[in-house]
Design a binder for this molecule. Structure first.
Ligand SMILES: Nc1ncnc2c1ncn2[C@@H]1O[C@H](COP(=O)(O)OP(=O)(O)OP(=O)(O)O)[C@@H](O)[C@H]1O
Ligand SMILES: [Mg+2]
Length: 222
């Protein structure tokens, strides 16, 4: 999936910031140590192993991106989002994009005042959208879009208010599954960025979503 999507991003000639999730790398290790999006008293070894897995995955993602003609610039979301001011981060990212780099970041484990928690890729997309106010935020999924409740029927278009009325059960990953993704999408769309949910296995649909064209999947806009 990473190779096909990298190729589509490269050939689109659009300026893109990439955020990847944890998948089988981050979530599994996090769960073993009781680390989730809720603050917990995680053991140091669990924090180290979870972050280690994420950095390992990030290394693989960036290597593949380079094979497919992108120039990734990996950064820790914690450093960028939590520590520096929003305007500073925005101009830094825009500077990287202007130089032809593709900033890449990922879900991470962060220390809060009361313990460790996972900052999921979805929340990072929300933060970055607030920071950069992009035209679009594209979520590449392992499903074709957002399903109507208890069916496999794709909902072509959603609004923030419609999302708030939907009942979506919590996922079983470390960070909230589709429910969190929809909550995040509602906030991003309410701020004026179009949100696209598209299958990461359908490179042509993904490519259309990245380019701002109609695609098979779900669009969220206010
Ligand atoms: N209404 C729904 N429409 C579509 N998918 C749904 C819905 N409800 C639950 N899901 C599940 O949510 C999953 C996507 O969320 P999930 O958090 O698992 O993926 P991810 O965030 O892309 O990956 P990861 O969290 O592993 O990095 C889909 O694979 C699907 O099984
Ligand atoms: Mg998830």
């Amino acid at each position: 999936m990473v190779s096909a999507l990298s190729e589509e991003i490269a050939s689109s000639d659009h300026k893109v910031v990439v955020v990847h999730g944890g998948g089988s790398f981050g979530h599994v290790v996090a769960k073993q140590h009781g680390i989730s999006s809720e603050v917990s008293e995680a053991p140091a070894v669990g924090v180290a192993q979870t972050r280690g897995a994420m950095y390992e995955l990030d290394r693989m993602v960036c290597k593949t991106m380079m094979e497919y003609k992108l120039s990734p610039y990996p950064f820790s979301p914690f450093d960028a989002v939590s520590r520096a001011g929003r305007l500073q981060v925005a101009s830094w990212l825009k500077g990287l994009l202007k130089e032809g780099l593709t900033p890449v970041t990922f879900g991470d484990v962060t220390l809060t005042q009361s313990g460790f928690k996972v900052m999921s890729g979805d929340v990072i997309v929300q933060e970055l959208s607030k920071t950069l106010a992009p035209d679009r935020a594209v979520f590449a999924l392992d499903v074709d879009g957002v399903y109507e409740q208890n069916t496999r029927v794709i909902i072509p278009e959603l609004s923030p208010s419609k999302i708030r009325r939907m009942g979506v059960p919590d996922g079983d990953d470390a960070t909230g599954g589709m429910k969190l993704k929809l909550d995040v999408a509602a906030k991003i769309a309410a701020a004026g960025t179009k949100v696209c949910f598209v299958s990461g296995y359908r490179r042509n649909e993904f490519s259309k979503a990245v380019r701002g064209l109609d695609f098979y999947g779900t669009v969220v806009r206010s």
